[in-house]
Design a protein around this ligand. Sequence first.
Ligand code: GLV
Length: 325
Amino acid sequence: MSQQKILITKRVYPEAVEFLKARFEVDYEGTNAGLTTDQLVERSRGCTAVVSQLTDKLGADVIARLDGVKIIANVAVGFDNIDVPAATAHGIAVTNTPGVLTETTADFAFTLLMATARRIPEGHAFVHSGEWKTWLIDLLAGQDIHGATLGVFGMGRIGVAMARRGKGFGMRILYCDAQPVPAEVERELNATRVSKEELLRESDFVSLHVPLLPQTYHLIGAAELQMMKPTAVLINTARGPVVDEAALADALEKKTIWAAGLDVFEAEPKVHEKLLRLENVVLAPHIASASVATRRRMSMMAAENAAAALTGTRPANLLNPEIWK
Ligand code: GLV
């Protein structure tokens, strides 16, 4: 067994802990609360790897304090919680968990789209309330999914998987991305690349699949919501700050758009108080990748990335390859 020590900052699936314990010394914070920043820095002393989660905010100030750490292995595909350039400057490798969660996340994004369009949570609450008296012509009438236009912002792995589901439901696919997808993917999905404005004006459903970057911060704000149809539905399974939550709450209240399905929020786990009382919004607690199988794979993938780096092998999901010479 190697003398190297690994810090796991929060509870993960046990096979990942066992995998690492068989090879390294492990300091496992097996709680749901995880560590404060100061605790994380303290506990990282003497460790060469940190297995982190998206709730660990690893900005430049924290990274500067991670003496001796060679790798941060994040258990998430998104890595906006980590200042990767700062890690690079300190010679720390950073990895994420791409691929394994693509289909699971797209399943959830489409589920959220359907639940919002067809008002499933409202229907469930209504039946539970005992107030259901009769069949009514317009009882909880929603928006059609088949034949509607799906606008996908960010046509990466998850965006493409979402578009594929839309096509399966007979939707027309528009997308907006700095890069076009390969021509065969456009053909397969019958997808058209359009401008941001065109996507917003034309789509019945707008689904966000961009990473959180300075360029995508508040990608959807008051002006963008104003461009959308009054019958449109916004779905966000990307990152909360991609949407200006206060502007969205206003738009939902004024019915500028018809509804929203949200899995992520600007200041998770806090949710804008207006969103908590509006009926035309479906809320979920950041669970798009949360199938048992996928969360197990994500845990293992992070463990394998950490183990690789500590044994001198280039980790499979390295985000800053320039440090691996
Ligand atoms: C979850 O949000 C992830 O980035 O994996």
